[in-house]
Structure formats: structure tokens, C-alpha cells
Design a protein around this ligand. Structure first.
Ligand code: XCC
Ligand code: SF4
Length: 672
């Protein structure tokens, strides 16, 4: 970790409570969710907020990562400083147990993102094989771009032929045995990172192979060396990055590159006069079809007495549809149950990831139908309709018919919809951002951003992402960190449930610029808007780049900045924050960001405190090797200060190195 000007900035977390107000079940600050909780307060309805309280205090061994359940001799806990109680039955010490546990979380995350990517790849494959006729290549431009990056010939070839080759490379990335890097990773990163990953032996050659390897490496009686285990984990995190890039890119190919779009968010988007269907999870393959089917079936809804079909999104399926179709975002992960409590949600169609099984329990108190659609995702009691890309439109219509039928069974007495909703502007793909900058500098668009940082107009870029975690109050950390950063002229891009928070609170709007941005950031936006008169709206305070797989859009921005500055990624004034990280995917994402040379703030403690060595590797030694490190801090104000310190340090160092290079007419120093 670098030595900062702010001497209070150490690698240790503050002593802020790890669970704020543990007995308080009103664990949200989302105004829509708060209204909902108020409306149900006299009813005996159990929600996630109650269950957080019921789980307190949580197991300290698990929290610190020193409980091992990897074999049947266990569970073993590290109970003492020394002696037999300081080790598991096999003799595994705290550092082995902690590192094994945490890298298995990375494997879980990498498997999740990659399964998502695989599904999209299968859809593209079906398309080139002449099936999946409801799908199409929506963005030929994206296809040509990724083909070019992967070295696929494009000249005088049909799009479908090109796609066939791209799909072939994608499939090879899942199961390659030859010693060649993951193609979808290799084409995304800088030359400096490529060397670094090669020299540290963490360049994955296949996704499935890497995930399997890390599970094997951490099985009982295999690797005991925490450094080797962690490097294995970092390799798995890079396969997560490659898989995510595949998922994001191929989604753009099939469903189009997002463009700026105006929409609305929070529970008030649920419309009592319409058939309301929430699509929840992550994968656009199904939900894009649901949107198309809903448009086609307006008349059927009218026959049932409704004004039409209103699709609303939850979590990252919601983000995918918001970005490309302008679909309303009803809510984000921790408040997913609230959508059902409105009594006006006729169906909740789910695919994969972040779906609380409790949605079915709650749906049983209402008329709402919960429908699972993926082979690997079922909930007892919920209806399952296997979704097949070959019959996609028919399947989607089936789902809509179920919702229309349920609409007729609503109980008017149970309908209570919060009024809360906010306008937002989303759809900031990397292409859109580049185009905005290109209006100022067509030759070197990204220099508009790097120049603004080098001139001091902006302090840097922060990519605020990730989940909700109810150890603190929902969305509070997302909002607090955003306010602190924009006030200090940091340009913020966002995705995932962090974006959900900003959308729900009204921060993803131009009005928020006036209210919260510092003078430098305001003038930066003004210059961009003046150069882009074609925009039908002013720019929002935060740029929404999409779902969790779309975090690779943030990585693309980072890589472009590094190339423009003539340095590798660890020198770029670019930070990441996951203020309320929860999912295993967040552990994988945070880890690939660190290997990409980024300071990564995490606002929920990962289970690494049981080993000082592992804690030190993640927060300090990682910086020496990769130029990025974790900043673990649960207090959002302190977290924001540390992010600002990291940006300031990088801008300062970059400035010094530039000056020195100019003065002595030498190459720019590359060290960090
Ligand atoms: Fe899930 Fe993606 Fe986390 Fe939200 S942010 S809780 S992973 S939906 Ni990706
Ligand atoms: Fe215990 Fe070792 Fe088995 Fe883990 S692997 S449960 S520490 S005996």
C-alpha cells in the first residue's frame, strides 16, 4: 500500500460497528421500501429485514473466515492463538483456512458470471446453427469490433459467419487445454497487465479449467500455502473477468449496444391499472423476449380489463432491460420482496442469481405467481417453465398469459403501492461515453477525460458497484460515498445494485448534478453537454454502465485511460468501490479489479480477518505485486476519504512522473 499524505490512512479498518443497530428491523433507507414497510407495519409479514435481526449475532468464526468445512472431519475452528486448538484437525492453520475459504468464494463468483455468459453464447450458437429464430444480431458493429479484437476475419463475410467464429473462440475459452490465454480476457487488457499476469502465473487459459483447478487446489490435504492459494484465486478472478466480458459483449451483439435512455425507478413504477410483471435475476436472454412478448400482447391484457402489460425490472435483469429498452427499474436486491407486497405484482419471472427464495413464501400471501425459468434455478412451490431459446417467444407469451390470468385474481384490499419514483438517464455503454468525448476530441476521445484529471478539473474516476448488504442500512453507504466523491469532483460511473440505489433515490438524473456535484465536475458536464447538442436530455450525475457482467465496461474505460496516459493501469486515477458487497460474484469482481491494478474499497468485511497474513496480502502486499489493493472499511465516510486519498496519490504521482519525463526528455516512469 502506498504511503499517503493523510497519515490516518492505514490498512486497518476503523472500529465502526460491523452490524449497525443490530436489533432494528427497519434496515433500509430506500424511500420506496420505507413507505412499503410503513404500509405493512400492522401485518404479520416477515421480510429480509426481520431475518437480518434474527440472525444476530452472527458466527464470529465464520465472519473471520476461520471455520473450515471442507472435509467431514470438520467443521474445524481456529479457537486458540497456539497449540492444537489453533489448527484444524488436519493441522491446517488460520492462513490456510482463511485463504481457502475466500478463494472458493471467488470460484463461486467466476462460475456464476461464466454460466451467464455460457447461456448467451449458446443462444448465439443456436442462432448461427439456424435455430433460435426469435433472436438476431442486433449490433453488427459490436460483432465486428469483438471479431477484430479476437483476430477473426471480417472482410467480405456475412455476420453469421463471423459470429460462428466468435462463438467458437468463446466455447474454446471455457475448455481450452493448450497453453494459451483466455481470448476474451487477453483482448481486453493492457500489454502491461498481460506481462504481469504471465509473470505471476495467473493468466487463465480456460474458465471451466480454472474454476475446477481452484476447487481441487483447496480440497482437503492439497494446497496449504496461502500465497499460492491466493494466486490461484486471482487466476480464477481473471477467468471471471474474461467470462464477464464475454457475457457483456455477446449481449450487446444480440440485443444492441445501450444508448442514453430516460426512464423511471422505484416501487412507484408498479401501475395498478396494468398487468405488472417483474423480471428479476441477471440474464437478458429470457427477459428481452418477455419485453417483446409484452408489447405484442397488449390487446390480451386489455381483454382482461387492464390497460396493458407493464414490465418492471429488479436487480441486474432490471439493469439489462433498463439500459437497452428503458424498462422501469422497480427495485434492487435487498428490497426485492417489497415488489410483491404491493399486492399489484401479477407475476415475478426469475432467471438466475440474487433471487431470495423468500419471494415464493411472500407470493403465497398474495395472488402473485413466481415463475422460475432456468434448469439450475427452482424454488419449491413456484411454477417452473423451462425456457428454451428455440421456442423463446412462445415461452415468453406463456409467461405473460399466466400474469394476465393472475391479474384477474388480485385482491383490491391488499393493493398498496408506494408513490415513490424518480426520473433517470441510463444507457452509458463504453461506446456512448467514447462518442460523448469524441465530440470534443475526435482523434483521442478519452483524452478529454484524462486531460480533465491532469488539469485538476476532475480528481479522477470512481466506479461504484455491487450489491446491498443489510449489515448496514440498505443503500445508505452507496449514497453516502457517492455524495462525498461527486462533491470532490470525482466522475462516477456505476452498475449493479449500486446503480439501482442511485436510480431509486433520484441521483441518476441531471437535477442531481446541480444539487451535489462539485464545481469542477459541474463544469466538466457542462462542456460535454455543449459539445453534444444532439442529446435529448442533460447528463445525469452518475453514468450507469449496466449489470454485473457489464462491469467490464468500466474496465474498458480504465484500459483506454491507461493507454492514453502511456502507463499501465496501476497508475491511472481510477478507483472502485463496492459499498455494500454481498454476493460471491462481488468477491470475484473485487479480486479481478485488484489484479487490474485498482484500489478497491469494500464496505462489507470479507472473511479474511482471521489471518493477519491474508489480511496483509489483500490490503497491502497486493499493491506491491499488482498495483491494486483492497481497502476494507465499513464506515462509508471513511471509505470515501480513503478512495479520495488513493485518487489524489495517483494524480500526484502521475504529475511528478510526467514533469520528470518532460524535464529530462526521458520515457515516463512506469513504477507505481
Ligand atoms: Fe446481485 Fe447483480 Fe450484487 Fe445486485 S449487484 S446483489 S450480485 S444483482 Ni451485481
Ligand atoms: Fe478440519 Fe482440515 Fe477437514 Fe478443514 S480440511 S475440516 S481443517 S480436518
Amino acid at each position: 500500500m502506498p504511503r499517503y499524505r493523510d497519515l490516518t490512512h492505514t490498512a486497518r479498518p476503523s472500529d465502526a460497528p460491523r452490524v449497525v443497530d443490530p436489533k432494528n428491523p427497519i434496515r433500509t433507507t430506500d424511500p420506496g421500501a420505507l413507505q412499503m414497510l410503513e404500509m405493512i407495519k400492522d401485518k404479520q409479514i416477515e421480510t429480509v429485514y426481520d431475518r437480518v435481526v434474527a440472525q444476530q449475532p452472527q458466527c464470529a468464526f465464520g465472519y473471520k473466515g476461520i471455520c473450515c468445512r471442507i472435509c467431514l472431519a470438520g467443521p474445524c475452528r481456529v479457537k486458540k492463538e497456539d497449540g492444537p486448538g489453533s489448527r484444524g484437525i488436519c493441522g491446517a492453520t488460520a492462513y490456510t483456512i482463511v485463504s481457502r475459504n475466500v478463494v472458493r468464494m471467488i470460484a463461486g463468483g467466476a462460475a456464476s458470471h461464466s454460466e451467464h455468459a455460457r447461456h448467451i453464447l449458446h443462444t448465439a450458437h443456436a442462432l448461427v446453427e439456424g435455430h433460435a429464430s426469435d433472436y438476431d444480431i442486433k449490433s453488427s458493429a459490436k460483432l465486428h469490433e469483438i471479431a477484430g479484437k479476437l483476430g477473426v476475419e471480417t472482410l467480405n463475410r456475412e455476420d453469421k459467419e463471423i459470429l460462428k467464429d466468435v462463438v467458437g473462440i468463446g466455447y474454446a475459452d471455457f475448455g481450452r487445454y493448450q497453453d494459451r490465454p483466455l481470448a476474451f480476457l487477453d483482448c481486453l487488457i493492457t500489454a502491461g497487465r498481460r506481462n504481469k499476469f504471465k509473470h505471476t502465473n495467473i493468466m487463465p487459459r480456460s474458465i471451466d479449467g480454472t474454476v475446477t483447478e481452484i476447487i481441487a487446489q483447496t480440497a482437503m490435504g492439497v494446497d496449504a500455502d496461502p500465497v499460492n492459494i491466493i494466486f490461484g484465486g486471482l487466476k480464477a478472478s481473471l477467468s471471471d473477468l474474461g467470462g464477464s466480458y464475454m457475457g457483456s459483449t455477446m449481449s450487446d451483439v444480440l440485443f444492441g449496444i445501450p444508448e442514453p435512455i430516460v426512464s423511471e425507478a422505484n416501487l412507484g413504477v408498479i401501475n395498478p391499472k396494468m398487468v405488472n410483471i417483474a423480471v428479476h435475476g441477471h440474464n437478458p436472454v429470457l427477459s428481452e423476449m418477455v419485453v417483446a412478448a409484452a408489447r405484442a400482447m397488449k390487446e390480451d391484457a386489455k381483454k382482461a380489463g387492464a390497460e396493458g402489460v407493464n414490465i418492471v425490472g429488479i436487480c441486474c435483469t432490471g439493469n439489462e432491460l433498463l439500459m437497452r429498452e428503458g424498462v422501469y427499474l422497480a427495485t434492487s436486491s435487498a428490497s426485492q420482496e417489497m415488489a410483491i407486497l404491493t399486492g399489484a405484482l401479477d407475476a415475478m419471472v426469475v432467471d438466475i442469481q440474487c433471487i431470495y427464495p423468500s419471494v415464493q413464501t411472500l407470493a403465497e400471501c398474495f395472488h402473485t405467481k413466481v415463475i422460475t425459468t432456468e434448469f439450475i434455478m427452482k424454488i419449491p412451490g413456484a411454477q417452473h417453465i423451462a425456457f428454451d431459446t428455440d421456442t423463446a417467444m412462445d415461452d415468453a407469451k406463456k409467461l405473460i398469459r399466466i400474469a394476465i390470468e393472475a391479474y384477474g385474481k388480485r385482491d383490491p384490499k391488499k393493493i398498496a403501492i408506494p408513490s415513490e419514483k424518480h426520473q433517470l438517464v441510463a444507457g452509458f455503454s463504453r461506446e456512448v461515453l467514447t462518442d460523448l468525448f469524441a465530440k470534443i476530441n475526435p482523434e483521442r476521445p478519452i483524452s478529454v477525460l484524462t486531460d480533465a484529471i491532469q488539469s485538476g478539473q476532475l480528481k479522477g474516476v470512481a466506479f461504484i458497484i455491487g450489491c446491498n448488504n443489510l449489515k448496514r442500512f440498505q443503500d445508505e453507504s452507496h449514497i453516502t460515498i457517492l455524495k462525498e466523491l461527486v462533491k470532490n469532483d470525482v466522475l462516477v460511473i456505476t452498475g449493479g445494485c449500486s446503480a439501482g440505489a442511485y436510480a431509486k433515490f433520484g441521483f441518476m438524473s441531471p437535477l442531481a448534478v446541480d444539487a451535489y456535484a462539485g464545481e469542477g465536475l459541474k463544469s466538466f458536464f457542462k462542456t460535454l453537454e455543449e459539445a453534444n447538442p444532439q442529446l435529448s436530455t442533460r447528463l445525469p450525475l452518475v453514468f450507469h454502465v449496466g449489470s454485473c457482467v457489464d462491469y467490464t465496461r468500466g474496465i474498458e474505460v480504465l484500459v483506454a485511460m491507461a493507454n492514453e496516459l502511456g502507463v499501465d493501469t496501476p497508475k491511472v486515477p481510477f478507483v472502485v468501490s463496492a459499498p455494500e458487497a454481498m454476493h460471491e460474484k462481488a468477491v470475484a469482481i473485487g479480486s479481478y479489479c485488484v489484479t487490474m491494478g485498482i484500489p478497491v474499497h469494500v464496505g462489507s468485511m470479507p472473511p479474511v480477518e482471521g489471518s493477519d497474513l491474508v489480511y496483509g496480502i489483500t490490503t497491502q502486499i497486493a499493491h506491491d505485486v499488482f498495483g491494486g489493493n483492497f481497502i476494507l472499511e465499513v464506515d462509508p465516510v471513511i471509505g470515501a476519504t480513503k478512495l479520495l486519498n488513493a485518487l489524489e496519490y495517483r494524480s500526484w504521482k502521475l504529475g511528478i512522473h510526467k514533469q520528470t519525463a518532460e524535464k529530462n526528455d526521458t520515457a515516463l516512469a512506469q513504477g507505481w
